[in-house]
Design a binder for this molecule. Structure first.
Ligand code: SME
Length: 152
């Protein structure tokens, strides 16, 4: 089982040395990808106007733009709610960037009361993400929300 308190301490140490969103989210995606077992993608989409734009990630090349409400990421943004999907093939409108994906979790990132992006993690294993993973990843996301500087 993943040691989320340790993972969050590692993320906080990264955030303490650099808050700009590019290095912070790049290292956050690497930390997740190397720490969590059975992943095939971990990264971020950021809100730009009326759509999400691909941000730092680890894994195969991915779709660049996602409209509000589309796919798992767009639903997390529209509803401002975590989407924990046991089987992406049963999720209406799921966007398949990598055919190997079977389960997915998407956590909204908020600043000043608005969703500014999402953390998106994919797995080839059905039912990969538990409620414990969700709680740990929500804590991970809170650290990013508090630290991340989005302006250039
Ligand atoms: N599956 C996502 C699209 C992004 S990729 O997983 C990296 C979705 O349905 O929103």
């Amino acid at each position: 089982m993943t040691d989320y308190p340790m993972l969050c301490r590692q993320l906080q140490a990264l955030a303490d040395s650099e808050r700009h969103y590019v290095p912070l989210l790049a290292n956050a995606s690497a930390l997740l990808y190397e720490t969590l077992p059975d992943l095939n993608w971990a990264g971020f989409y950021l809100v730009r106007g009326d759509r999400l734009v691909l941000g730092p990630f680890q894994g195969k090349t991915a779709c660049i733009h996602i409209a509000r409400g589309k796919g798992v990421c767009g639903a997390a943004w529209r509803d401002d709610a975590v989407q924990r999907v046991d089987d992406v093939h049963a999720f209406p409108g799921h966007i398949a960037c990598d055919g190997a994906s079977n389960a997915e979790i998407v956590i909204p990132l908020r600043q000043n009361g608005r969703v500014v992006g999402v953390l998106d993690i994919d797995s080839p294993c059905l039912n990969r993400f538990t409620v414990q993973d969700q709680a740990g990843l929500e804590e991970f996301a809170r650290i990013l929300e508090n630290a991340m500087l989005l302006e250039d």
